[in-house]
Design a binder for this molecule. Sequence first.
Ligand code: ATP
Length: 664
Amino acid sequence: MALFTINRYLGEEEDSESSRESRSRALLAKLQEQVKAREQQSVSNRADADEDHQGDKEQKKRKCEEPEMEGVQRKTKKSENERKTDLTDEVASSAKKKKKQKTLSTEKESVNTGDKETDNEKSVEITETSESGLEESKKTEESVDPQISQEPKAENGSSQTSFHILGGFQEKTVQKVKRVLPQWLAQPDVIQRDIKNNLIPMSEVPGICPTLLKKLETNGIQNFFPVQAEVIPAILESVSSGLLLGPGGYRPRDICVSAPTGSGKTLAFVIPVVQALSKRVVREVRALAVLPTKELAQQVSKVFSTYTEGTSLKVVMITGQKSFDAEQTALSEIRGGVSHSLADIVVATPGRLVDHINKNSNFSLQHLRFLIIDEADRMIDGMHQSWLTQVTKAVYRSPGDTQTSVFRRVLPGPITVASLSPPQIPLQKLLFSATLTQNPEKLQLLDLHQPRLFSSTHRSTETSTQSQDTFNFPQGLAEYYVPCTLSKKPLIILHFLLRLKFSPALCFTNSREAAHRLYLLVKLFGGVEVAEFSSKLSPSERQKTLKDFEQGKIQLLISTDAAARGIDINGVKCVINYDAPQYIRAYIHRVGRTARAGKAGSAFTFLLEVQEKSFLQMVRDSGSPGIQRHFVKPEALRSMETRYEQTLAELSKVVKEENARKRF
Ligand SMILES: Nc1ncnc2c1ncn2[C@@H]1O[C@H](COP(=O)(O)OP(=O)(O)OP(=O)(O)O)[C@@H](O)[C@H]1O
């Protein structure tokens, strides 16, 4: 065992220069004698020494130093000479440091330590160990840092050395840092992906009041889908002690839900929120659902309205579809000089919501109990609008009179006796998405409180280094890719609709212009009821188009990504990605417009040759169960080619006319 270790500092020697030099020379001479003796005994070492004098002195000497060093050790290990060698070495390197004598340094190096670093540095840090401690210290070093102790072995085929270089100047390969997910993300409550085989009778889900059960039945719901059976009881449990307190008097946990498209997430929050609020006495805004688009807000608002019908609960939508004044009137009224809320549940898009927070002094969120963030991943991406900060400010805003109120509201901090008394309405966040990010840094933006995750995908805590999130696809979805060329794309669409009768089909392009051009082309070709859907249309036109499509009046709806997310259109048999989506989330949401609610559906993605490799890789990495090749034979298109050529000529005329009209 090493009893002690001395790190010598030789920078400021007290001895005079001359005495140090003479000592150095004497010790060096002894050292040289030892080297000579060793050279005579070892043929191999001699060969090494010869090599030492050839070629580039600096480079080759360093390679030879270690074997030589070991030779010295082996021979003198149990003799008194070892300590002298050490001492000599130190002094010699010290002399070198001060004087930089060429001859001195050359000779010294030949017997110095076998390290690759500069001798000047090393000599300062050489450790002196006792004879018995030599082996022990070696063992200790090996057990502490195998990399350091194994390096000499690798170079010399022997592990014997009495010197340890402190400081670790060797280049070490830096290990890749693995992404480690927090427990709540790594071990979620698992939701079954297969809806059909996991329907749960409504009577088996506890806590739902008979009125709501009846309403569900009236609306054609006979069983709950897996996500609903898991999430509804969890939300209801958080209000089991009333709206004012979480379970046990504590703030309830926030809830995140990541389940495939069409798995029934909307009802998973609508039912428990309606049930929780039905017990309220005074009308205040207690639930706020934020969605990225007007169409989605409208869809969710409709579901809330369905299940609040016949109760005193009021749902108000603020998306900019009506004028600001009209929305203001719907939100509150002044009675006896005091503002009263006319809404219990507000469904909003972020932009319009922020407008009301800032400009509508009668819009109060001070009693908000549930903040529902649907399409949460998209809403996180849109955080640049800082809508969440504005909402939080509005929730904890305390006008003079409410500060003295029993139910005063302050921003939650650490839980203390004082912070729990008096009780305050807890704000609970409910997040829903088919592509919820597993990136903790992004989720951090939402400032979640002890979140609980319900997910149909989950990863272990020790994840791979793969940076792409993985998601779950609907069970009934069949994915295909169609190899094609640019010129054949429209023909393949026509082939799908006219020959293969793939309708109703929802077709996605990457731009409004492409959607419009394709719409014109299919319309001019004839034989297919076609419509376009993009931000070019007014909200009412968009609404009518969706309705017509749902009613089967339109066979092919050509859309931008405006219809990709959340839109629930009943009976879409087939999704066609005319332009391949650039991001995996866009792909998942687009193909998720079919195969909803446990039904079957197909998705076809047209791929140019250059796109194939990267697109297929992106889809596989996302957790897709598999995308198959669907090849359309050129012969299948041949009979349509003549008509297609004529249509292209007509199309260019129509486009020219349209452009001319735009100019005037
Ligand atoms: N328990 C149920 N029984 C029958 N149909 C249901 C049930 N729950 C939901 N649905 C229907 O399933 C369809 C999809 O539901 P929903 O729109 O809530 O899915 P989602 O998970 O929000 O999808 P997306 O992620 O695409 O927004 C809707 O038409 C809805 O009416």
